[in-house]
Write a protein that binds this ligand. Structure first.
Ligand SMILES: Cc1cc2nc3c(=O)[nH]c(=O)nc-3n(C[C@H](O)[C@H](O)[C@H](O)COP(=O)(O)O)c2cc1C
Length: 191
């Protein structure tokens, strides 16, 4: 698949096969975050890789799934992520202004994972205090978000936005459809 169609094919994954990811795989994905664009090249982001069965199970109750379809679409037993990456900002390096860095870093990780057929859910609805306690993350690291990972066990599809409704929904065979605004709506002008 060419890069254009590969990027367009990425959808958030919330159902995962139970084959385990390896430490080396997580290190590879974080390595792509490491080299992402960073404002003034300050690189304030730090990561915690969660790959053991025990810790991934403990992470599960600390993240919230698919707000528009909760709790019905929460991953069930046997569909849960097999790894997580916790994305933090080191406030001793930069106190604020790293949100765009995070976007670039997370997208790099998600696309690199997808090339291994590993799906991802970028998650900001998370219990930051619970995650800090569980993983013993120091206060100097601001917990921004989590990327849940695992081999894909669903194939959500892009849909058209109808009547301005952007909420993702379940269609035939319980396929998740994700409405995306049309080019004609988002491109204001080309000059
Ligand atoms: C900053 C950010 C935070 C998100 N947080 C969550 C979350 O907490 N839980 C969840 O299930 N999905 C979360 N998502 C995934 C979005 O729901 C998803 O990207 C959106 O519905 C579009 O679907 P797509 O990624 O398949 O294009 C988040 C996405 C972003 C960019």
């Amino acid at each position: 698949m060419d890069i254009y169609n590969f990027i367009k094919s990425r959808r958030t994954i919330r159902k995962f096969k139970q084959d385990r990811l390896t430490k080396e795989q997580l290190a590879k994905y974080i390595d792509t975050a490491r080299v992402a664009p960073s404002a003034a090249n300050i690189q304030p982001l730090k990561y915690v890789a969660v790959v053991s069965r025990e810790m991934t199970e403990k992470m599960f109750p600390l993240v919230k799934w698919a707000g528009y379809l909760a709790p019905m679409y929460n991953p069930k037993e046997g569909e849960r992520p097999t790894a997580y990456v916790v994305v933090c900002a080191d406030t001793t390096i930069r106190k604020s202004g790293y949100d765009m860095d995070i976007g670039a870093a997370v997208e790099n990780m998600m696309l690199c994972a997808l090339a291994d057929n590993v799906g991802a859910c970028w998650m900001a609805s998370i219990d930051r205090d619970g995650i800090r306690k569980l993983l013993d993350i120091p206060e100097t690291l601001e917990i921004s978000c989590v990327v849940a990972l695992g081999y894909l066990a669903e194939t959500p599809k892009e849909a058209e936005v109808e009547n301005g409704d952007i909420k993702y929904y379940l269609g035939e065979s319980d396929t998740l459809y994700v409405p995306k605004r049309a080019m004609s709506e988002i491109v204001i002008k080309t000059v």
